[in-house]
Design a protein around this ligand. Sequence first.
Ligand code: KG4
Ligand code: ZN
Length: 335
Amino acid sequence: MNVLGIETSCDETAAAVVKDGKSILSSVVSSSLKYHTKYGGVIPEIAFRMQLETITQVSDAALRNANLKLDKIGLVSVTSGPGLLGSLLVGISFAKALSLAKNIPLNSVNHLYGHIYASFLDKSPVALPFVSLVVSGGHTSLFYVKDFDKISLLGSTHDDACGEAFDKVAKILGLGYPGGPIIEKFARGGNPKKIRFKCSDTNNPLDFSFSGIKTAVLYYLQDELRKNKKAKKPSLNLMRDIAASFQEAAVKTLINKSLLACKLKGIRRLVVGGGVAANNRLRDQFYDLAKASRAQVYFPDKALCMDNAAMVAGLGYRLFKKGHISSLDLNVALA
Ligand code: KG4
Ligand code: ZN
């Protein structure tokens, strides 16, 4: 079955066609990022206006790239949340209109579960059950996945998401938005052991907190600038060391907590997803440390770590096969 996926939860307008929940026939992602960069974050009003303007072209492009017409689509799958209210409404309204006009069944999926499903696209499936870490710009959560309709939350962030902390640290260093890829680039030339940054502890060891470490970076930078009164801005070496030391602390926390979750659940399979999963230091360290704990870790291809509609189409199919279906009174699910 060919499934058309629609994803509009944040700044992207994305559509994709996926066959039988596995093979990506097309995946189109249009981002309004360049309109947000000068504000240092996504402006919801700009995001949903751009999505309204582009959704039809993006969906048409996904069908064209897959060489299919709408009459060959067996299901429309759309993200219903979490995400930005106006943006989600654009995708949901569009998906409903297609479903009603062309009499195609409709399904809705959770965006975070979509990130988990990204590891199942164009790859052999991971055996159930498994533990999953979703680490993005809006969320940092650990899940126990018994099946795709039986997912329970093990822990999540109390404050900032990990990707958000990367974005804020980049902003503190004056490096632009989005911060993740820029921090990763700067970290490559820095010493990860230079500064001892640490993520705050949490009562539930499977929860996260990234707000304190971001403030620690700010204070460290201010101290360094105070010590060297002549310097108006940090040297390149200082920025590299801060980026590397911050990244190292964030990566260490993500890995330790994920492996702890595996240990507590007695599971040796771990699926990672979300924008931060594209980080090479995280991927390399995860592979090494998971091997040491005799766990198997799975990552999606890098392009599928970012928001995309292929994961939405794939998961929608999987849920449809298990008997799930949405009606035309489908609404946004913000939580
Ligand atoms: O999953 P995603 O595309 O959107 C959300 O659902 O939030 O994730 C975007 C986040 C941003 O915070 C971005 O800075 C971060 O993922 N990110 C990275 C990297 N690439 C993107 N963080 C660290 N290293 C990267 N290479
Ligand atoms: Zn996302």
